[in-house]
Design a protein around this ligand. Structure first.
Ligand code: ZN
Length: 198
């Protein structure tokens, strides 16, 4: 038996499909949205549509940006020979917040995870290798310390080693399985400064 209207059910279904939102939260959000003034619902829908229409990958580092080239890559003062590889744009933002990293980034948009069928071809790895054909002195692998992050780090280092480019891994001390974005700036800087060559 359908307890709610078909429209509400559809809304709950879509919300529940978002990461981190269980069916209870989805129901709560759906009823909240229905009770919101129409103008606010329109604003919310438009913000989502605008973001989707205007946000794209930076042509160099693949972070999410409004421009063709993101502000970090466009900055001539950054060291373009030092590339930090991160899993996602949130991790990039975490390192940028420290204000101490002078290099550029490469955003993989995921990590290798055989368990859920994410292979090397599903993340921006080919794009990283293409960038390494230019002048690069060091690749700093800053994937998470989760099993997926470590698997990805190992895979990347094996791939880069033959090129002769220096490959380093941020120091452990970053909590296991911890998303980089939740780690404080001091810990991030310590991990960066204590990086070891692979
Ligand atoms: Zn960029």
């Amino acid at each position: 038996m359908d307890l709610y209207s078909g429209y509400i059910n559809k809304l709950i279904e879509e919300l529940a499909a978002l990461p981190g939102i269980g069916s209870k939260s989805a129901q709560r959000l759906a009823f909240h949205i229905i009770n919101m003034p129409k103008a606010r619902v329109e604003r919310l829908s438009n913000v989502i549509l605008d973001a989707k229409a205007n946000v794209r990958y930076c042509k160099e580092c693949y972070t999410l940006t409004d421009q063709e080239i993101c502000p970090v890559c466009a900055n001539a003062k950054r060291d373009h020979g030092m590339i930090m590889v991160v899993e996602n744009t949130r991790d990039l933002a975490a390192y940028e917040k420290t204000g101490k990293y002078v290099g550029v980034y490469h955003v993989l948009h995921g990590a290798i995870s055989p368990m859920i069928g994410i292979g090397p071809g599903d993340i921006k790895l080919k794009e990283l290798m293409q960038r390494l054909e230019g002048e690069v002195d060091e690749v700093i692998i800053a994937t998470n310390s989760s099993l997926e992050g470590e698997t990805t780090a190992m895979y990347i280092s094996k791939l880069i080693k033959p090129t002769g480019i220096k490959v380093t891994r941020i120091a452990s001390g970053v909590p296991v399985g911890g998303d980089l974005e939740y780690i404080d700036e001091v810990t991030l800087l310590r991990a960066l400064e204590g990086r070891v060559e692979l």
